[in-house]
Design a protein. Sequence first.
Length: 351
Amino acid sequence: MNSSFVVKRIVLLSTLATAPVLAQETPSEAEAEAERIQEKASVIASITTDRGIVTRAGRFVIEPAFSYANSNSTVVAIEGYTVVPALLVGLINISEVQRDIFVGAVTLKYGITSRLETTVRVPYLSIDEDLRERQAFQGTPVDTLSESSGEGLGDAEATIRYQFNDGLAGWPYILGTLRVKAPTGEGPYDVDRRVLEDSEGNPIGVAFSERPTGSGFWGIEPGLSFIYPSDPAVLFGNLSYTYTIEEDEGFENGGTIDPGNIVRFGFGMGFAFNERTSFSLGYDHSVIPKTDVEFDNDLNNAQFDRIQVGSLAFGLSHQLTADTSLSLSVSIGVTENAPTTELTLKLPMAF
């Protein structure tokens, strides 16, 4: 054998033996990276609405939250008839309503398994409302002012969330939700009401003497949500349907109220500035069908129009410690029945 060939082969083998080995990701490192991505995506999706990935098995989370919502609306009520298109005979009542709502809530989350999570939320509300009215065509510049307020326990919620997959092979995380809302707050038909009258003593409407803090109805809400990490962004969305159980509210002549079921959907995106700070932007919309009021005598049955509630929300989240984060979100109403603005501050702490 050629001696030069033998020398070259020995040198080559020696070089390979002493060459640095390329770093390869171990299974434990890959799992840690997947868990980091999952937690980051969950935080981003939960900044504006609670739709993150389920809590890890055995982990307990306490989330105190505080929110403030303000709404202003002007309502024009017309009672009369039109003689010609430009001439109206009757009464026009113009009302301006300003409402401030403060909500303090505590949410408890617990991861039962790696796929299953349970949540309980208990809110406490304080509501202040100012109503200013003026009757047009009455020849008076005087406004009728009235105030009402209320505070107390709101409607408590219990939720079970299940994660169907691990978000592998290019699939988004898909989660199913079942939420039950109990009428623990004081409903609209549990508080006193007063009749509003014009300057001549004629009734023109009904107002609450005290603001209700709850809906007064049981609600069952199944839904689906998805979270799709797409570096550097995270896409998310949700769709749900709330079935509201009609109730007999104890009218003098008997009858029931069906407040209508609710269709909710939302979508948005967010991204992380760094390992500790994240940003989110989303849109949420609720469609509330017509409310039916049925009396036993069928004489005063009523049906109220469908309501559209849409809001655009954005927020920031900052990781304070390994188990604690702070998030602030701002929601702006884009439909007539949505709150004008809403600020929400959350401080989830994991144990």
